[in-house]
Design a binder for this molecule. Structure first.
Ligand SMILES: [Zn+2]
Length: 118
């Protein structure tokens, strides 16, 4: 089974290796999608949605929301944000019955990245 939870955060960035509109400072309302893969545990849950929400808020959104992302990542593309979130969350959500499956980072409604730790 795949468990899915969506989050949103607002942040500013500019891209340092890119020449075009996005090399200038601007912001996005990002959508972050977290997916865990696993089997229901003794509570018949892959993972506790409330625990996952608090974990993502404390460890991820507290650092990304209303932040200047270049302070955190040298070149904060959606790709690099997805890898950052994957690395932070992977050890935190690992359980006997479940593990991190996929991270999605959407910069706009139509432009996003899917990362599965490859
Ligand atoms: Zn941008």
């Amino acid at each position: 089974m795949i468990l899915i939870k969506e989050f949103e955060f607002d942040a500013a960035h500019h891209l340092t290796k890119y020449h075009g509109k996005c090399e200038h400072l601007h912001g996005h309302t990002y959508k972050l999608v977290v997916m865990l893969e696993g089997q229901p545990n003794f509570e018949d849950m892959v993972f506790d949605f409330v625990e996952l929400k608090h974990m993502v808020q404390d460890k991820i959104l507290s650092r990304l929301d209303h932040a200047y992302l270049n302070d955190l990542l040298p070149n904060p593309t959606a790709e690099n944000i997805a890898v950052f979130v994957w690395k932070e969350l992977f050890p935190l959500v690992k359980r006997e019955n479940s593990s991190l499956h996929e991270i999605q980072v959407w910069e706009t409604k139509t432009s996003g990245i899917i990362y599965r730790g490859e």
